[in-house]
Write a protein that binds this ligand. Structure first.
Ligand code: SF4
Length: 364
């Protein structure tokens, strides 16, 4: 049986170097040059490398590795905010999406990436959650999506957010690997602080993340600090108490020295009361926080249970949150007119295997 070829798009130089047919001290520099050519410069052949490797290395790379990109099936630009939704078809027939997001600084973009085809978490307000999980994405598939958007962006892509289809920490190792490839000087060359990984709160994985002290920003989608309400909105919350989640976030904050970013999907009449602000303060008021408020995408719920909070309600909640003394930022969901905003994508492609992404796409 043939061994599957390694995909270079999911590798850092230290992953590739041990395999190369070269004397030991030359392997890492050669691996750096190969990956910089393929990933940083986005080349599709080894031709044109500034310092080409020996024939033996070149032959080995061509026979044992691939660096094919995912197939783009569709690109749809949002007429209002200019975000662009990309639909990818994977080799197994599943589909995922990524969204090119214009940032506030002209000519700068970020990319929202999917980490799984479908999602197992079943969040009540999310279209992707209704699809179930098809499979985890490989690191190279996430990097491939990012590279395609980087190469086609009409400006500089300076960030990545793992907030698309899927729960990133459910696919922990591959997502962390992809983040390191995106940060690598021979890979995506993005600053670690411009890479965010979101989670609905998988406590053991947050603890692992804290122990391993990765440099990327962790964003926890809390959405309610009331145990019962949170369990109703995010069924996975039934596995761990809010206190266990808060302890894991404290460990992350201590170990990584980073402010904890709390994402809060605003739902009219559900999670915008003063009681929520008080409970959040009791739960996490002792650590540095940053709170991102994100409007629910009501159209992702065919039962019409979730509606956008109005201006008055949103402002009242914003005011109530001031008791935390933490920055509170309203994040704008992008792509609404073209169905690529939070939780909308599955609604448009639900019959496709793998369906669509994300909640929490924002314009950071
Ligand atoms: S909100 Fe995120 S974690 Fe929850 S079902 Fe949707 S994609 Fe999965």
């Amino acid at each position: 049986m043939n061994t599957p070829r390694m995909n270079l798009l999911g590798m850092r130089p230290e992953d590739l170097a041990p395999h190369l047919p070269a004397v030991e001290h030359q392997r890492l520099p050669i691996a750096r040059r190969i990956l910089a050519h393929i990933i940083s410069r986005g080349m599709d052949t080894l031709d044109g490398m500034k310092r080409p490797p020996t024939l033996a290395v070149r032959r080995w790379v061509e026979q044992n590795t691939v660096w094919d990109r995912l197939e783009v099936v569709e690109r749809v630009e949002d007429s209002v905010d200019r975000s662009v939704r990309y639909l990818f078809r994977h080799a197994d027939g599943s589909h995922t999406e990524a969204v090119l997001i214009p940032l506030d600084r002209p000519g700068r973009f970020s990319v929202c990436l999917s980490s799984q085809a479908g999602c197992a978490m079943k969040c009540a307000f999310c279209a992707t959650g209704r699809l179930g999980l098809t499979r985890h994405l490989e690191a190279w598939e996430m990097v491939s999506a990012w590279l395609t958007l980087r190469d086609e962006a009409p400006g500089r892509v300076s960030g990545a957010v793992f907030m698309g289809q899927g729960e990133p920490l459910h696919n922990y190792d591959r997502v962390v690997q992809a983040a390191y490839v995106l940060r690598d000087p021979c890979g995506g060359r993005i600053a670690a602080k411009a890479i965010s990984i979101s989670t609905v709160g998988l406590v053991p994985r947050i603890q692992q993340y804290a122990e391993e002290r990765h440099p990327f920003r962790l964003v926890v989608s809390l959405t309610s600090a009331d145990p019962e309400r949170r369990r109703a909105l995010l069924p996975v919350a039934g596995k761990w108490s809010l206190e266990q989640l808060a302890d894991a976030l404290r460990a992350y904050q201590r170990s990584c020295g980073t402010r904890v970013t709390v994402a809060w999907v605003l739902m009219k009449g559900i999670n915008t009361g003063e009681d929520e602000a008080r409970k959040l303060k009791a739960l996490l008021g002792d650590i540095p926080l940053r709170i991102n408020l994100i409007d629910i995408n009501g159209s992702a719920d065919p039962l019409g249970r979730f509606e956008e909070a109005g201006d008055e309600e949103r402002v009242a909640f914003f005011d109530a949150l001031q008791i935390l003394g933490a920055p509170v930022v309203r994040r704008y969901s992008v792509g609404r007119s073209e169905s690529s905003a939070c939780g909308m994508l599955a609604a448009t492609r639900a019959r496709e295997p793998g369906g669509m992404p994300p909640p929490q796409v924002d314009s950071r």
